[in-house]
Ligand binder design. Structure first.
Ligand code: HEC
Length: 144
C-alpha cells in the first residue's frame, strides 16, 4: 500500500504545482509590424498597401506625443477606399480609381480631425499625408 503512495506522491505534487502556477499572462501583443517587403514609395500598389495597413493595424513608429495612429477606426471596405484616395495624394494611380471620390468623403468624415484639411497634418504630431514619400515609408525603408 505504501508503495502506491510513493508513486502517487510525485504525481500529486506535480499536479499541485501545476494548478497553483499563476495563469500564464500573455504579454500585450506588440503593434503589428508593417509589411516592409514591398515598400517602395514609387510603386502605387506598395503605397496603397502601406496606407491600408496603417489604417487597419494602426501605427506607432514616430512615438509622437499625440499618441499612436489608432487601428480599425473604419471598416475594411472604407479603409480600402480611403487608401485609394490617399494614394492619389502621392501622385499615384490607385488600384480602383472609382473609389477615390468616396474615399475622400470618408477621409473627411473620419481622419481629418487629426490629419487636417487635405491630409496636411501637423509637424511633430500628425504626419503630412501629402508628403512624397510618406515619412513613415521613408523611415521604414531606411531600416532595410
Ligand atoms: C487620433 C488621431 C488620428 C486619427 C483619427 C487618424 N490618424 Fe492617421 N496617424 C495619426 C498619427 C499620430 C500617426 C503617426 C503614427 C506613427 O507614429 O506611426 C498617423 C499616421 C498615419 C499614416 C502614416 C503616415 C506616414 O507618413 O507613414 C497614414 C497613412 C494615416 N495616418 C492615415 C489615416 C487615415 C486614413 C485615417 C482615418 C481613417 C487616420 N489616419 C486617422 C493620428 C491619427
Amino acid at each position: 500500500m505504501k508503495k502506491i503512495w510513493l508513486l502517487l506522491l510525485p504525481i500529486a505534487l506535480f499536479l499541485i504545482g501545476y494548478l497553483a502556477k499563476p495563469k500564464s499572462t500573455t504579454p500585450a501583443q506588440p503593434a503589428a509590424p508593417h509589411q516592409t517587403h514591398s515598400i517602395s514609395p514609387k510603386c502605387a500598389n506598395c503605397v496603397e498597401e502601406y496606407i491600408f495597413d496603417v489604417i487597419e493595424n494602426g501605427s506607432n513608429i514616430f512615438h509622437y506625443p499625440s499618441g499612436p495612429m489608432p487601428a480599425r477606426t473604419v471598416s475594411t471596405q472604407d479603409a480600402e477606399k480611403i487608401a485609394a484616395y490617399l494614394t492619389t495624394l502621392q501622385g499615384l494611380k490607385p488600384s480602383h480609381p472609382e473609389w477615390v471620390q468616396e474615399g475622400k468623403t470618408l477621409f473627411y468624415g473620419n481622419c481629418v480631425g487629426c490629419h487636417s484639411h487635405g491630409g496636411k497634418g501637423k509637424p511633430g504630431y500628425f504626419p503630412d499625408l501629402t508628403r512624397r514619400p510618406l515619412l513613415g515609408m521613408q523611415k521604414l525603408r531606411s531600416k532595410y
